[in-house]
Design a protein around this ligand. Sequence first.
Ligand code: SAM
Length: 281
Amino acid sequence: MDDLRDILRQCEFNFKKQWGQNFLTDPNLLRAIVSDAGVDEKTTVLEIGAGAGALTRALSERARKVFAYEIDRSLEPVLSRTLKDCNNVEVIFRDFAKADMSALETELNDYAVVANLPYYVTTPIVMRFVEESKHCRGLTVMVQEEVAERFCAREGTAEYGAVTAAIARRGTCSITRRVPRNMFTPRPNVDSAVVKIDFTAGGFTVKSEKAYRETVRCAFLSRRKTLENNLIGVFRIPRERAKDVLRAAGIAEGVRGETLSPPTLAKLSDVLLENGIVQER
Ligand code: SAM
């Protein structure tokens, strides 16, 4: 295959910043991402943002089937060249935000997400899988380095937040590699990292996902306030009731929400639910 940059030039492709078009070209890095994801001949992969098809191609060499979304139709002539002999790839020219998750999952069945995500929508895309997916095994995604730190953060750190707690409920999360900005064309202003979120390992169940979401939102609402004060403000309960709830969840008085681990937040959400302070749906 011709050099990717030559193909882009020959197709007179113009990079669109608003769609986060920073492409990868290094074959070793592309193979490493596929390997981090654990893709093999049994894996169905969903890629979001095919771009010029460099990662799509690397995935196609290992996977059973690759479904790749791409918002930018002007990449069609590029992709028809770069993916010419990739018979197990289906490119879908659509905004992934408009994709119907349950219809998509019916088609894909058991699948993994592997992508170099467009940075302007990284968190909403990841959160869609965390909150809505039923058949996804996990995500291996390139994201901005500081976003990667937030996804995998430990409780009590500045990076720990509602997104971390949401991801932890579904599985484990780790950074598999750091990728400097000069690996992308064009070069972005930030460094990146590959994050692996594994829905088949770790994670925990809660009595109600909605209750867990509301509890997490409350815990991180005002970082300078104690959890007790956040509970009083968010759920409009008297102080004594807030103290009872904390006691029942085994949480010490005076703590801040951001110091609690995801399983402790889960325990708190179950107690709030059992006491009718948050509703199941
Ligand atoms: N996978 C390629 C690579 O690694 O070189 C391209 C990655 S680039 C960071 C992100 C790609 O996502 C761009 O090609 C962009 O056009 C596409 N994109 C941006 N927003 C999208 C959306 N909402 N739905 C589908 N694709 C999108």
